[in-house]
Design a binder for this molecule. Sequence first.
Ligand code: PLP
Length: 433
Amino acid sequence: MKRREFVAAVSASAIASGANQAKAATGTPVRSEPLQAGYWGTEFYDDAEQQQITDVLNARSPFRWYGPKPPVKVATLEKQFAAHMQTKFALAVTSGTAALQCAVNALGIGPGDEVILPAWTWHSCYSAIVLAGGLPVFAEIDDSFNLDPTDIEHRITPQTKAIIAVHLQGNPCDMDQILAIARKHKLRVLEDAAQSVGASYKGRKLGSIGDIGIYSLQLNKTITAGEGGAVVTNDPVLFERAARFHDVGMFRSVHQQLTGEQQVQPFVGTNFRMNEFSGGVLLAQLRKLDTIIGNVRANARRVYEGIRDIPGIRLRQLPDPAGELGTGVYMKFATKEQRDRFMAAMKAENVPASPPTGSAILPVQPYIEKKVTAHPAWPSFTSERGRAIQYGATSCPKTIDILNRFAGVLMDPKFSQRDTDDVVRAIRKVYAG
Ligand SMILES: Cc1ncc(COP(=O)(O)O)c(C=O)c1O
């Protein structure tokens, strides 16, 4: 038996035995096959993305700055992305991680500066601060899975320079409260909308509300070219600094035309430039963004409406229900054991539920807890504050507790009405049980 056939046979028998267990535990499962969310952007790939790639191949111009024919894809993407996100400037880069590094360096964060970020987010938020020589200071999350605004102020010191407001799993942070704290303490706000491309808060697109915003355009995100990222801002100096950082210190004419002048001395940078193939695919994807969001939001709403009246149900906190994407519909339980029983029962119904996903509890990651850097003399942890700061589980007990007690069903823009009805039926059945 070839390896692929063997794997298929083993998983078929595992599914069959799982289904039998399910039948024994709960009667006939709600679905005969497991429901599974996919990779949203790729589900909408069609001739439009194909044409964009063909254009670049035919022009033989895969590099964004020059080639045998004038390249247009990345520059056009930046214009249209800025328009969509309601900002003056957008910079396309190679990943969300690269975008974070551009934004952190644009803000001038460096050795001696502290940056507040949530304990539950992606590694890149932490690494962007450390790679700039700054010191990450974790704050707890709340039932929105985002930064808890009531846990920020007591972490501010004279060295604090910025807050990273990370809008996780499609859900906007409580930006009113975060901005009020930032204004009061004269801090900069970097919005990380990597997991919430296209979501909004009180009518404003995420990423456009703080001083500078970033997005990821990697496979798991709303729209994708496999990898990709973007930085947005309304501030020409921040834009110029981000652009210089992403392009070995240079500020090219395409970008100078947007700001009208150069205001920043060249400084050391790296190469995070997007290529024309990615730019073209993302241009096609950007034109589908509203459709993707409209579909997934509608699906999540059908589920919310179908379960809202279940006695005692506690849903994820949504600071702006109209603006969230509906990436998943999450419920809170009294204990981790109850939550785990709910997940097991949902699996038996072939409507799997999972804990919040797509991030890591950063303070408990061994390399973070031990403050490991590429070089032992790295400035983040050699200062008095850097030596004194303690990460680990004791630094974020509330975050750990919340993540232990929530579970939810991930949504997909291509789910049918039947699929969302099944989600509602499974949740109602399991809750009743
Ligand atoms: C919150 C957050 N920020 C930044 C990133 C980094 O994006 P990328 O994977 O495109 O580098 C991610 C990736 O998942 C993320 O979830």
